[in-house]
Design a protein around this ligand. Structure first.
Ligand code: NDP
Length: 445
C-alpha cells in the first residue's frame, strides 16, 4: 500500500461516521497520486496526515428564545481547517442537515479552493443545524446574535473571516456583524458579504454565480464557442443559482430550469428571473408559485422527476451536495449535455463524476467553478483593510481575471501531469501545490 492508500485507510477508520468528509477527502487524495507518489518529501513531512486533520474544530451550544417564549437550542460549528496561506476563510451554513461531517468536507474543499484563487486565504467553514425557513426576522436575529456570542472569540480580520452560504444571506450576515461589533467594540472586516454601505463589496452577491459562468465561458472560448444559443439547466434557486442564471442569460443562453428542495420548474421558453427573485429573495416562498404565475412552465415535485431529466447543453448544479447522482449523469450524457459546472459544493457524486469524465463531458469541479464567491470575499477584505470601496465594474473585472486565472492554473496542471481536459485532477493538484509548499516551508505545525 502506498502513502495515499494509508491516509485513506486512516481517515476511513478515524472518521467512519463522516460520509461527506470521506467523499471529499478521497476525491482529492485519489487525484494527488500522480504528484505525491513521485516525491517522498510529502510522506517524510507527514503532510497528508496534517492536511486531512483540521487545525481546530469548535462545536458549541446556541440557545435562543422563539417568538412564543420557548427556549430553543441548536448546535454551532466552526472548523478552522488550514491557515498555511492566510487567515481561515469560508462561509457559514444554516440548514437542518448541518453536522460535523458536512462542515469538515466544506472546510477541506475550501482550503484548495482558496488556494486556487491566488489570494492569501486559508480554509475554514462553519454553520448550524438551525433552519431559517419559517422563522420570523426576530427569531433569525436572536439566533444569529446567540451564534455570534460564542463565535466572536474564535474569529477576527487576521484570524478567521466567515461569510454566507446556504441559509445565510445579507440578512443573517447583518445580524451576526451587528452582534460582533457590539461585543468587541470595533468596526472591522471580520465577515464578508456585508451590506453595501457598511463595508460590503459591490458584486459580492453576484460573484459566485457570475464566476461560475465566467469560468465555463473561458473554456468555451478555447473552443471558439460561447453561451449564445445554449440551453442551460440550473438547479437551486438561491444566491448562486440566480446569479449564474442572470449572467448566462446576459451572454445569450436560455436558462430552462431552477429548483428548490421541494421540486423543479421547467420553462422551455426561458426562466423569468424577476419572478424567481420575487419568490425566493423577497417573499421567501416555494417555487410552486412560479408555475401559478407562468402557465407555460411546468412544476415537478421532487418525488416525481429529476431536474437533470431535462435535455440541455450545459448543466449548472447550484443547490447542494450530492444532488447529481449516477443515473442523472447517465441520462445527461444520453441527452447530449456537453458541460457540467458545479456552482454548489460537491453536488456531483463520485460515480456520477466518473461517468461524466469518461464520456468526455467537460466537468468543472466546485472548488474551481464556484471560487468566485470567496475570491470576491477576498477583494472585500482588501477593500476593508484599505478603507476603500471599488466600483461594481472594478470588482467584476477583477473577478473575471481571477476566474480566467483559475481556469489557466487547472488546465495547465492537468496538461502538465498528462491528464488534459480532466479539471478535477487539474484543480486538485494546482490547489494542493501551493498549500503543500507553504506547509513544508513552515515546519511541522
Ligand atoms: P441559498 O441558501 O441561497 O440557496 C440554496 C438553494 O438550494 C435553494 O434553492 C434551496 O432550496 C436549494 N437546496 C438547499 N438544500 C437542498 C436540498 N437538500 N435539496 C435540494 N435543494 C436544496 O444557498 P447558496 O446559493 O448560497 O448556496 C448553494 C450552493 O453553493 C451550496 O452548495 C453552497 O455551499 C455553494 N456555494 C455558495 C457560495 C456563495 O457565495 N453563496 C460560494 C461557493 C459555493 P430551498 O429554498 O428549498 O431551501
Amino acid at each position: 500500500m502506498g502513502y495515499i492508500d494509508n491516509i485513506i485507510g486512516l481517515i476511513e477508520k478515524r472518521d467512519s461516521g463522516q460520509p461527506e468528509f470521506l467523499q471529499a477527502a478521497k476525491e482529492v487524495l485519489d487525484s494527488l497520486r500522480i504528484i505525491v507518489d513521485k516525491d517522498s518529501v510529502y510522506e517524510k513531512a507527514g503532510l497528508l496526515e496534517r492536511l486531512v486533520e483540521p487545525e481546530r474544530a469548535i462545536v458549541f451550544r446556541v440557545p435562543w428564545v422563539d417568538d412564543s417564549g420557548k427556549v430553543q437550542v441548536n448546535r454551532g460549528f466552526r472548523v478552522q481547517y488550514n491557515s498555511a496561506i492566510g487567515p481561515y476563510k469560508g462561509g457559514i451554513r444554516f440548514h437542518p442537515s448541518v453536522n460535523l461531517s458536512i462542515i469538515k468536507f466544506l472546510g477541506f474543499e475550501q482550503t484548495f479552493k482558496n488556494s486556487l484563487t491566488g489570494l492569501p486565504m486559508g480554509g475554514g467553514k462553519g454553520g448550524s443545524d438551525f433552519d431559517p425557513k419559517g422563522k420570523s426576522d426576530n427569531e433569525v436575529m436572536r439566533f444569529c446574535q446567540s451564534f455570534m456570542t460564542e463565535l466572536y472569540r474564535h474569529i477576527g480580520p487576521d484570524t478567521d473571516v466567515p461569510a454566507g452560504d446556504i441559509g445565510v444571506g445579507g440578512r443573517e450576515v447583518g445580524f451576526m456583524y451587528g452582534q460582533y461589533k457590539r461585543i468587541v467594540n470595533r468596526f472591522e472586516g471580520v465577515l464578508t458579504g456585508k451590506g453595501i454601505g457598511w463595508g460590503g463589496s459591490l458584486a459580492r452577491t453576484e460573484a459566485t454565480g457570475y464566476g461560475l459562468v465566467y469560468i465555463v465561458d473561458e473554456y468555451l472560448k478555447t473552443k471558439s464557442d460561447g453561451f449564445k444559443g445554449k440551453k442551460v439547466a440550473i438547479s437551486g434557486s438561491g444566491n448562486v443559482a440566480i446569479f449564474a442564471a442572470q449572467k448566462a442569460m446576459e451572454l445569450g443562453a436560455t436558462v430552462i430550469s431552477v429548483s428548490d428542495s421541494n421540486g423543479y420548474i421547467y420553462h422551455k421558453e426561458g426562466i423569468n428571473l424577476d419572478t424567481v427573485k420575487d419568490i425566493k429573495l423577497i417573499n421567501r416562498e416555494r417555487l410552486t408559485k412560479y408555475a401559478e404565475k407562468h402557465k407555460d412552465a411546468v412544476y415537478t415535485d421532487i418525488g416525481k422527476g429529476r431536474v437533470w431529466d431535462i435535455p440541455c447543453d450545459i448543466a449548472l448544479p447550484c443547490a447542494t451536495q450530492n444532488e447529481l447522482l449516477l443515473d442523472d449523469a447517465k441520462k445527461m450524457v444520453e441527452n447530449g449535455c456537453k458541460i457540467v459546472g458545479e456552482g454548489a459544493n460537491m453536488p456531483t457524486t463520485l460515480d456520477a463524476t466518473e461517468v461524466l469524465l469518461s464520456k468526455g463531458v467537460a466537468f468543472f469541479p466546485g472548488k474551481a467553478a464556484n471560487a468566485g464567491g470567496v475570491a470576491t470575499s477576498g477583494l472585500e477584505m482588501s477593500q476593508n483593510s484599505a478603507r476603500l470601496s471599488w466600483s461594481f465594474e472594478e470588482v467584476d473585472s477583477k473577478l473575471k481575471g481571477i476566474m480566467a486565472g483559475i481556469f489557466r492554473s487547472m488546465n495547465d496542471a492537468a496538461n502538465e501531469y498528462g491528464k488534459s481536459g480532466n479539471f478535477v485532477i487539474g484543480a486538485n493538484i494546482a490547489g494542493f501545490k501551493k498549500v503543500a509548499r507553504a506547509m513544508l516551508d513552515q515546519g511541522v505545525i
